[in-house]
Ligand binder design. Structure first.
Ligand code: ADP
Ligand code: GLC
Length: 480
């Protein structure tokens, strides 16, 4: 039996702010349980829904020296969907209305988490052969493992993998503060280790000390070796190129299944998608108070409203888009300027624009099921799950060719009648607009070709099967 521990700051169904939670919530289910004991460890946040907290059982607690004090570390556990979950409890670190609150505080919080994860292992009696760390929040696990946890027999030989879901966020802070809180010695605060400019950097620590590095698509694995996408770490990515590989994300084909989805008014599959999607579209137009009309080209957006996702391009073209016979259904929260922008256009064009500035799993499913197209013109996109969900629901993605969007959406070719969506290369508002208009013209003028594309999109396989096999091979290779 091979023991593997996933460490992550967010995991579906317990807490989610983005795709990281989807990935860590769904990947562990995809391994053969007779050979792999995959468990997951995460913080127990005060803001988790009560029903999840009620499921957790107390395992143990102890006190751990951290940032000058003895701190309480509680450990809870539960079993969900066949996976064993551990939760690290500390009411002062994991309080508040959201998992991420304030930059400096978050850094201290996740340094505490990383140390607590390793400290808890001997106490709970689970010795992983490998710890799979996700994003900057878990970046100090490989570092601490190399440092103060090397003494005893228990930790010797534990391997680590660092997966980059988003290189933009690194968990960096002034090196003096960083060193004081983390408790790491001067040895680690050099430019070939955790130092970057004037800061200590948690993700960099993970990337230097992990045995292997992965990221969530092949294209992003290449892109992050270049200065444009490398966020200052492209040199390190090039230096560790032999240990870095891209493994594209999948989605949970049970949670995201239009045939059984209880969140949508009318269920469907690839053979009856065209009429049934239309029923869903009518229901959504009605629910959101949009103008009615079966042939209105309905475009969905479900996203964090941040620069990463290309909202400056959309803002720039919004007025022009609203002059056309389209409808735009937006679901998202994020930067104030984008929230306000969508609200403003929804006020000006209530028949055409619906601005849903909140978080709702159910509404996201309705949008994936009801819209004709899905817009995601990202500046960068490590993988992207929303376009995979759209494909699964026969909603054709319109994307910029970057990272995972490039790897998962095949652009429509009218001559060969191939493709599952639409894409453009340069990060340019007019190129985006022209691509939306090209999609619109296919929808209006060649509905048969559009419908064939819907069927092709739904028949693509973006379940975890192939990618989980790649992770399995990597684990085997590392553990030996
Ligand atoms: P990222 O992780 O960069 O935010 P992904 O495309 O990988 O982007 O994943 C985003 C996930 O978050 C998807 O599951 C998407 O449906 C979901 N999501 C984003 N915003 C919302 C929202 N406002 N309501 C519901 N789900 C959302
Ligand atoms: C990050 C990325 C997104 C990716 C997700 C899960 O949030 O922005 O592209 O799909 O992680 O790996």
């Amino acid at each position: 039996m091979k023991n593997i521990l996933f460490a992550s700051s967010e995991v579906v169904p317990f807490i989610k702010t983005g795709g990281l939670a989807d990935v860590v919530g769904s990947l562990p289910k995809c391994f053969d349980k007779s050979q792999y004991d995959i468990r997951v460890i995460m913080p127990k946040y005060e803001c988790m829904a009560q029903k999840w907290k009620d499921m957790m059982k107390y395992v143990t607690h102890f006190y751990m020296g951290f940032n000058g004090e003895d701190r309480y570390v509680g450990v809870l556990e539960t079993e969900y969907d066949g996976v064993h979950f551990y939760f690290i409890d500390n009411e002062s670190y994991f309080s508040g209305p959201k998992p991420y609150i304030d930059w400096h505080w978050d850094i201290e919080k996740f340094m505490f988490f990383d140390r607590a994860v390793l400290s808890a292992l001997p106490v709970i009696g689970f010795r992983p052969d490998l710890i799979h760390c996700h994003d900057w929040q878990t970046g100090l696990i490989p570092v601490y493992l190399n440092d103060s946890f090397q003494g005893g027999e228990f930790f010797r030989g534990i391997k680590t993998v660092m997966t980059i879901h988003n290189l933009k966020f690194q968990g960096n802070d002034n090196s003096l503060v960083f060193q004081r809180i983390s408790g790491l010695s001067n040895y680690y605060m050099t430019y070939d280790k955790l130092l970057m400019g004037p800061d200590g950097n948690m993700l960099k620590g993970g990337l230097v000390y992990a045995d292997a590095i992965t990221t969530v698509s092949d294209s992003y694995a290449e892109e992050i070796k270049t200065p444009f996408y490398g966020e200052g770490l492209d040199g390190l990515m090039r230096a560790r190129a032999h240990d870095l590989r891209g493994i594209v994300n999948g989605i949970d084909y049970v949670d995201f299944n239009p045939e059984t989805d209880g969140n949508i008014p009318v269920q469907y599959n690839a053979s009856n998608a065209i009429p049934k999607k239309l029923d869903n579209k009518r229901a959504l137009q009605h629910e959101l108070g949009l103008g009615t009309g079966d042939n209105r080209f309905m475009i969905g957006i479900v996203s964090r409203l941040t620069d990463q996702k290309g909202f400056d391009l959309i803002s720039y073209m919004m007025e022009k888009l609203c002059q056309r016979d389209i409808q735009l259904v937006v679901l998202g929260t994020g930067e104030q300027k984008y929230e306000d922008m969508f609200r403003w256009f929804a006020g000006k064009y209530p028949e055409k624009v619906s601005a849903n500035i909140y978080y709702s799993e159910a509404m996201s499913h309705k949008i994936y099921a009801s819209c004709d197209a899905f817009l995601m013109p990202s500046l960068f996109e490590p993988c992207g799950l929303s376009q995979l969900m759209s494909l699964r629901y026969g909603t054709l993605p319109i994307v910029r060719e970057t990272g995972g969007l490039k790897d998962t959406v095949e652009p429509y070719n009218q001559f060969t009648d191939t493709g599952t969506g639409f894409s453009f290369t340069h990060y340019n508002a007019h190129d985006m607009y022209n691509t939306v208009m090209f999609a619109h013209s296919v929808y209006v003028n060649d509905r048969a070709a559009w419908n064939r594309m819907v069927e092709r999109a739904m028949k693509k396989d973006f379940s975890w099967q192939a990618s989980a096999e790649k992770y399995r091979q990597m684990y085997d290779w590392l553990i030996g």
